[in-house]
Design a binder for this molecule. Sequence first.
Ligand SMILES: C[S@@+](CC[C@H](N)C(=O)[O-])C[C@H]1O[C@@H](n2cnc3c(N)ncnc32)[C@H](O)[C@@H]1O
Length: 382
Amino acid sequence: TKTWLPGGPLQDKQSDAAGYVLGLHVPGFFDKFLNINKCLLQSEPANKVLKAIQECWRDPNLGLCPYDVHSHAGFLKLLMLRSGRDVNTGLPELMVNFVTSSYKPELLKPLVEKISPILEVAAPIEQSQKGEIREVEERDKVSIVNNVNTSVGNTSVGEDEYILHGKSTITETLRGLAFEISANSFFQTNTRQAEVLYGLIEEYADLKGDGSEIVLDLFCGTGTIGLTLARKARHVYGYEVVPQAISDARRNAKLNEIHNATFVQGDLNKIDVNFGKDFPKPDIIISGDVYLSSSPSCIRSVFYPNRPGMHMKLIKYLLKLQSPRIIYVSCNPATCARDLDYLCHGSVEHNIKGCYKLKRLRPVDMFPNTPHIECVCLLELH
Ligand SMILES: C[S@@+](CC[C@H](N)C(=O)[O-])C[C@H]1O[C@@H](n2cnc3c(N)ncnc32)[C@H](O)[C@@H]1O
């Protein structure tokens, strides 16, 4: 789970003298926020951390100034809480990411001191799968980082990242594999449904399992889809724009002893320039739609659909590549329908001829209780 809790001007000015809250976006507004003290989607340690921060961040003695999205002044921009699971025990791990407009670790120190004991108490002892109880290195379960983002945009990805306590990643398990995830790398927010989503992708991919097929995993993030398919493939190639996600993907391949996966960093919207010559001839392409890296907040994008689908250059490239199968995974049905139409029927306006047939399509509810849906589509060359 990942939850963004941006501070910003109050929706209801009555309830806070200073005029700022720590909470979630009001639907439809980039500059209005609802205060929250607890979120039912979050793990218990995450809620405890939120409570502890809510109790102290307004204390004038701490000198913490929230960032104002209009004047672009202030220090505290975003608070990100991300929960994972220890690979061996299934016990929760937590990452706290303070996104600030400048690097002032002395200002964050009181917050770190307040929340690190909560995090460490959350998992001081673990029970291994064999049942033995042993003490664990507490700092191994905790990650408190600071992303410094000096831009005026409301994004979480910092130009620089500093570890304030513990380690720089948290771990999550998915389809029997372990994934180490950095603060700036995408990971599906709903792990339980991600199991369903990736199971469906594997079903649609229908790899022979004889190690003969080449898989392209476009927009691969931390390498999750490609790595879950690697066991049955000859080789998996993952492409992704965020450098931290690519280093996570490479590390995750090693962590899971997968040796037939290559991850390449670059912008797929410039596919012809960045990957043109070296692109391997695939048997199957798994492609997500473009989920803007400058705005990776899932909960936020629930309210601000900013997923523009595939770039026309990528569509043209895919049509040229002629992979026998494409699995298109999309969280925006509108752009998904448009892109499927281009791939299947072409477009006179864009001077492209479609050459695929839509064989299967199934939605997966990755965002329950919201109007949003993820679609998995299988296309075959005809
Ligand atoms: C919705 S995530 C999916 C990640 C991965 N396939 C998964 O299921 O976990 C989309 C990914 O596309 C990446 N991305 C966005 N724009 C990109 C671009 N122009 N070129 C390459 N990767 C991009 C993002 O950084 C993000 O990791």
